[in-house]
Design a protein. Structure first.
Ligand code: MLT
Length: 411
């Protein structure tokens, strides 16, 4: 008799975005005429910019000739890309990294999901609530979460509520934790932390020998000053933080797949006997065993992001999405709903009318306005009564959605 990994039975029935797709498909079957606008999953809609396409094309041609063909590449990523990442994303912020501290991958979803493998099973995990479901689901799969309670919380996870009442600024946990997931600009709330606020977490981690997993997937959307683009802008963070970045959201790679994770050699864990051991070595071991590197072609496309034309083109696309964000923010405000985010992030987080629960509002929006969004409670119990809209849609669809909010939604 082959036994299953019963931790999986402890998960919600389906992954949040799969559940949304299922509900939308059912609605579409029942109402084939409905012209649905999707502002649910944070998937980009603009084409890859020409400079990146050129980079990809050249690499495709190289693969077609024996002289320039590439087989397995380095599991950690090609040096040509890692050097650009360090030079353009970190050096201008005054952050020094060695090339063996950056690991290129096929996405931040996989990296943020896989990273928990290098931490002991009795690690006390804390995460902000609401949260990107990958962080929590992967800890459930590993058996670290304990059982799901009726309140929607797993027994062994420390939830750090973020809501309008605390301006979405997470407070330090009262109990001691070992591993902390932070994502800023935040998915799903679209809110940010100032450097001074992030410093409290870095200080906490240093004092408690904890590690911060910092997801900076949306850093390219930061518009205001005094908001850190990298956690390593905070003094001491290289001792305690692992940072995740992706080309998905800044350069349109959601379907092309390329990201990277920074694991400084100074971030230490401890053996059972109390000996310090660098997480960098463990992650390298994990990646070399389970991953054969992101495709050469894709990494060449990512390299083109760092050319002057590439930079100009991606910034135009970011500005396009941020214009959508502004339109959604203003539209939601104009119908009298409270709105957060959307200023330094492509997500708009709104308070549902009359404290309606998130899934009820999902159905209402779909029925009355044919708009798909994401129910806040899908990101955790503190998301109840909130709802997320993304700015990653096409401009014309976004404006049409705003118009429908104003004219079709019965409040
Ligand atoms: C989201 O919609 O929260 C994210 O885009 C999903 C993802 O990046 O995996």
């Amino acid at each position: 008799m082959t036994k299953i990994n019963e931790n999986y039975l402890n998960l919600p029935g389906s992954y949040l975005f799969a559940e949304i797709s299922r509900r939308v498909a059912a609605y579409k079957t029942a109402h084939p005429e409905a012209d649905i606008i999707r502002l649910g999953i944070g998937d980009v809609t603009k084409a890859l910019p020409p400079t990146i396409i050129d980079g990809l094309h050249k690499a495709v041609d190289e693969m077609g000739s024996d002289e320039t063909f590439r087989g397995y590449g380095p599991e950690q990523g090609y040096t040509f890309l890692i050097e650009k990442i360090i030079q353009f994303d970190y050096a201008p912020l005054g952050i020094q990294l060695d090339t063996d501290e950056v690991f290129v991958s096929d996405g931040s979803k996989s990296d943020t999901g896989n990273i928990q493998e290098i931490f002991s099973l009795d690690t006390k995990v804390a995460m902000t609530d609401p949260v990107y479901p990958v962080y929590i689901d992967t800890n459930v799969m590993a058996g670290r979460s304990g059982l799901l309670g009726k309140d929607g919380r797993y027994a062994n996870i420390v939830y750090i509520p973020c809501h309008a009442g605390n301006s979405f600024v997470p407070e330090l946990p009262k109990e001691k934790v070992d591993l902390i997931y932070l994502c800023f600009p935040n998915n799903p709330t679209g809110t940010t932390l100032k450097k001074s606020e992030l410093k409290k977490w870095v200080d906490y981690a240093r004092e408690n020998k904890a590690v911060i997993l910092y997801d900076a997937a949306y850093e390219a959307y930061i518009q205001e000053d005094d908001i850190p683009h990298s956690i390593y802008e905070v003094e001491g963070a290289k001792e305690v933080a692992i940072e995740f970045r992706t080309f998905s959201k800044n350069a349109g790679f959601t379907g092309t797949r390329c990201a990277f994770t920074v694991v400084p050699k100074t971030v230490m864990g401890y053996t059972a006997s109390g000996e310090a051991y660098p997480f960098n070595k463990l992650w390298n071991r994990r990646q070399t065993t389970k991953f054969n590197g992101a495709p050469y072609i894709v990494q060449k496309g990512a390299e083109a992001v760092y050319t002057p034309e590439g930079q100009k083109q991606i910034h135009e696309i970011i500005a396009y999405y941020m214009k959508n964000a502004k339109a959604i923010r203003e539209g939601v405000q104009s119908i009298g709903l409270e709105v957060f985010g959307g200023v330094n992030a492509p997500y708009i987080w709104l308070k549902t009318p009359q404290n309606m629960d998130s899934w009820t509002f999902f159905d209402k929006l779909l029925n009355e306005a044919h708009i798909v969004g994401t129910p806040g409670v899908g990101f955790g119990p503190s998301g109840q009564g909130y709802f997320r809209l993304t700015a990653f849609g096409k401009a014309e669809n976004t404006l049409e959605a705003v118009e429908r909010l104003k004219t079709r939604l019965k409040l």
